[in-house]
Design a protein around this ligand. Sequence first.
Ligand code: DX5
Ligand code: ZN
Length: 211
Amino acid sequence: MIAPSILNAPSLTLGQSLSEMKAAGIKRIHVDIMDGHFVPNLSFGPELVANMVKQFDFEIEIHLMSTALESMVPAFLDAGADLVLIHYEAGSESEVKKAIKACHDAGKKAGLVLNPATPISVVDDFPALDQVLLMSVVPGFGGQAFIEATLDKIASLHSKYPDLPIEVDGGVKDNNIRACFDHGASIAVVGSFLFKDELAKQVKKLEQQLA
Ligand code: DX5
Ligand code: ZN
């Protein structure tokens, strides 16, 4: 599955981009939430998510780049998120577990995000995950280069947990998406690549790699 990140979508015509994604068969949207503190960049709030839920029927995953788990997780769940991805680095183990539980208590899904420098062994301490997101760039900005070492992390995690959905985020494009899936990822976040040309064309280029 391809999950477009809207971080680098043209912001004043986001609705148009979302309609094009719908027409291109996209099922899930990746919403990067940056609070200017956990990462040095600022992006969207819950209102955008609520408006997306009102106008479109995408599955919405929140990539929460914030340490304010106690306030942010419920805010995005209330806004209509289906899945919240919480950084391992965002708090203590018990704080992160509490945030995951809050998602499950609300009947929603929860996933754990690992920065490039975080080893996959940390996943062992989180038994109730619906998904793991492996960062293939240092989070904060779109348009960065894919860190090749992520492929080995995907493969190791997949061999340890064959049934756990693995998503990869950062620098994914037509020349590396196939390798991500071949190593065991099942979801790829794609941001800036999608907006380099006509969206339908870009989606097709990615799908051709996976055919
Ligand atoms: C980076 C974000 C990514 C990013 C993806 O911090 O988590 O989701 O927007 O964009 P590209 O595909 O351009 O790396
Ligand atoms: Zn992201």
